[in-house]
Design a protein around this ligand. Structure first.
Ligand code: FAD
Ligand code: DLZ
Length: 509
């Protein structure tokens, strides 16, 4: 029988991949390829590239150990065509294969490239997720609004996670109310489990250091797990040492602590080294063994079977045009300090520095610091999207775009969220200790010394009053704005204009 090719992409490193289930080790040849087409469609963080290449190389070795033949292309292979379709064509001509089995990629760009490939590519659903495209569409059909909370309850019922019969454990679906504590003085967790690079990883690190030296982000020290066993250890470490306090301080930020009680497993989940079910079951087991409280475990499981699946559903339902949405008409260029960290706003510089060093920032840093600033300052959402896609080790379009275009920038006009996530400096001050170290004054509302989030927030509301003024969830804020004296409102708008002019001139802000 003629051999077939089985394509495995860098974020498809799972034993239970649909394309592998369709294949036959005695007949088929697996194709894996490090290509510039994927490594440079945005300037990925070097840690992200190194993580994926090392994990891909080790997954190829694992597959060979299971009896598969693997045609693996290294980045520096002189024959490398540097695109995924190019590598499929090359391997087909080497082996005589006439068809390809693939699992659907997580990005429309690559789905289209496979559809256009001269060799027929059968794309099987990526069933490593809980909710299929058809199931999400069925749930969404006919609803006036798509809200994560309703979707999440369906997923709880479907999985039986934290369920007692048909009722949620503890009597409530959602314990978020208990999960908004400000930054604690001390953190009793040393952060994610760190791994020493082995020989395979060292070789990749040398390659990445050589080829991607210009990209934003530091490569060393490199501490990620790069195989399934390591990723599982990192998960177990989180469950044992951080999960119990995950809920309480989920929204907190600290100037001197980058991870607080977060799991830092998104890059492993998204590359396929961990699966949603084992992660959620490990958390649920900790709760059943009285090792983690319900508010923490419910909050954690909601992120995975709720937000993560919901975001994927939105991406695939909205289609390829989603990343270009710009409902608010924002068009300012992304400020240079997103790439240098050189800003006097302490919360921003800390979030960007840690992004540069770790290819990681936690949810509230992404949403309420760098995302909030971009939205308040009216930055072009497509440029914001490209930045997030490049700088985080967990970033793939299916999950990054709905978080950025939808949740963070409101560029989709309310498909993901019913109101924009915007705040003045007070929120950041309440949830963190950054403001104590900041060059700006959090207590000042106008003028050069005032925290820019303060006046940009009101200027944003004012600018978009026609759109948001009648939103019941924002009515209180508009009432507060209208209660201010004319002079105060004018001073606020003047401060915002002056700041944005400095930003556009490229002055340090
Ligand atoms: P934890 O806080 O420990 O949460 C546990 C897990 O829940 C995460 O590992 C992740 O798999 C899942 N999760 C939590 N929130 C979300 C969410 N909103 N959407 C999807 N999954 C979620 N997440 C990505 O995986 N890739 C991205 O490219 C990405 N871009 C984002 C951009 C913006 C502007 C925002 C606001 C959020 C983004 N997120 C993204 C969601 C979230 O910030 C990260 O999943 C989380 O910070 C990863 O860190 P963690 O593993 O420590 O998560
Ligand atoms: C992100 C990424 C990078 C940096 N490099 C590769 C690569 O060389 N080969 C590969 O197969 N996949 C890579 N990826 C992951 C793909 O970009 C990802 O599969 C698509 O964006 C779909 O999610």
């Amino acid at each position: 029988m003629v051999a077939r090719l089985i394509l495995i992409l860098g974020d498809q490193l799972s034993d239970d991949l649909s394309a592998l289930r369709e294949g036959d080790p005695a007949r088929d040849i697996i194709v894996m390829a490090e290509v510039m087409g994927e490594a440079s469609y945005v300037p990925h963080h070097p840690k992200k590239i190194a993580f994926l290449f090392a994990a891909m190389r080790k997954f190829a070795i694992r597959l060979e150990g299971q009896g598969w033949r693997v045609a693996y292309t290294r980045l520096d292979d002189p024959e490398n065509t540097h695109t995924i379709p190019g590598e499929l064509i090359r391997r087909a001509s080497e082996t005589g294969a006439t068809e390809v089995l693939a699992t659907e990629p997580g990005e429309f760009r690559l789905i289209a490239a496979l559809e256009e490939c001269p060799i027929p590519v059968h794309q099987f659903p990526d069933d490593r997720f809980l909710c299929s495209h058809a199931e999400f569409d069925q749930w969404a059909e006919g609803r006036k609004e798509l809200r994560m909370e309703w979707f999440y309850r369906e997923m709880r019922r479907k999985t039986g996670l934290l369920m007692e019969g048909d009722q949620p454990a503890g009597g409530k679906w959602n314990y978020d109310h208990d999960n908004r504590k400000p930054a604690p003085g001390e953190i009793g967790f040393d952060g994610p489990l760190r791994f020493e690079p082995d020989a395979v990883t060292e070789e990749v690190l040398a390659l990445v250091a050589d080829r991607f030296a210009e990209n934003f982000g530091t490569l060393a020290p490199f501490w990620f797990a790069t195989d399934r066993a390591g990723a599982r250890k990192a998960l177990d470490h989180f469950i044992a040492h951080a999960l119990p306090r995950f809920g309480d301080f989920q929204d907190a930020m600290l100037d001197g602590n980058r991870f607080l009680y977060h799991s830092v497993i998104s890059m492993y989940l998204n590359a396929g080294l961990l699966g949603w079910r084992e992660v959620c079951e490990a958390a649920e087991a900790a709760h059943r063994a009285n090792q983690a409280p319900l508010n923490a475990v419910e909050g954690f499981i909601r992120q995975i079977i709720g937000w993560r699946e919901f975001m994927r559903g939105i991406y695939f339902r909205q289609g390829p045009g989603y990343t270009r949405m710009n409902t608010l008409g924002h068009d300012r260029a992304l400020p240079g300090f997103y790439w240098s960290g050189e800003t006097s706003m302490r919360c921003m510089s800390r979030a960007i520095e840690q992004t540069r060093d770790e290819a990681y920032a936690h949810h509230i840093q992404r949403l309420m610091v760098t995302g909030n600033f971009a939205l308040l300052a009216g930055i072009d959402p497509y440029q914001v999207h490209e930045w997030y896609l490049a700088v985080y080790a967990d970033a793939y379009e299916w999950v990054e775009a709905p978080n950025v275009i939808g949740m963070s920038q409101f560029a989709d006009g309310g498909i993901v969220g019913s109101k924009p996530y915007v705040s003045g400096g007070n929120y950041i001050n309440k949830m963190s200790d950054h403001c104590k170290h900041c060059a700006y004054e959090i207590g000042e509302k106008t003028g050069e010394k005032a925290c820019p989030f303060n006046y940009l927030y009101w200027a944003f509301l004012h600018r978009h009053r026609d759109r948001f003024g009648r939103n019941p969830r924002m009515a209180q804020m508009y009432r507060t704005w209208m209660k201010m004296s004319d002079d105060k409102r004018q001073a606020t708008l003047d401060s915002a204009d002056a700041f944005l002019a400095r930003l556009e001139r490229g002055d340090r802000v």
